[in-house]
Design a protein around this ligand. Sequence first.
Ligand SMILES: Cc1cc2nc3c(=O)[nH]c(=O)nc-3n(C[C@H](O)[C@H](O)[C@H](O)COP(=O)(O)O)c2cc1C
Length: 194
Amino acid sequence: MSKIKWPGSALLAPVPPVLVTCGNHEKANVLTVAWVGILNTKPPMTYISLRPSRLSYEIISETREFTINLSTVDLVKAVDFCGVRSGRDVNKIEIMNLALEPGDAVKSPMLADSPLCMECHVKEIVALGTHDLFISDILAVHVNEALLDENGKLHLDKAGLLAYVHGEYFGLGKKCGTFGYTVRKNKKKKKGIK
Ligand SMILES: Cc1cc2nc3c(=O)[nH]c(=O)nc-3n(C[C@H](O)[C@H](O)[C@H](O)COP(=O)(O)O)c2cc1C
């Protein structure tokens, strides 16, 4: 594969374009965030990176709370709109007709149409340059019951999750493996079943 070298740039892909809600149920705001990720397993920790110019930056710095709502193909219009309009100018929740559900661990509401919502509490804010990093605890996770099977196993692949790749939105493609499948013993083979 012949490659050309570019200066360092933020070109990780795919990334999840999540909808982050902040404020409280009565006065909430929502913005789209693609600079998001998991930092630690136990305690469960996440981060979002926000530009100080965002209204949500102001709100989250003050309340130190927010909710990450995973986005789906059905939510793509809201994902884009909430990423190009500020709550300073318009009420994005009303315009996009987003139904809110009250938070439990934090005051920020959750989006009813998101399959998985994470309630987060900010631990530390680190200035990096263009963006500030909000290192946060994940206090609670709310999952759409329809995605659980009879054994309580989560099938997040059935949620129609959205991916963001260099300025474009995509639904997820077809499954091409499972965690550890390359080293997993084939039980059927072991028992001599062909
Ligand atoms: C796909 C996408 C991803 C985005 N990711 C981020 C991000 O990671 N951090 C950020 O500060 N802004 C990001 N934005 C821009 C904000 O969502 C946008 O500026 C928004 O209007 C801010 O809203 P607010 O002023 O109501 O908080 C993204 C926008 C889009 C469309």
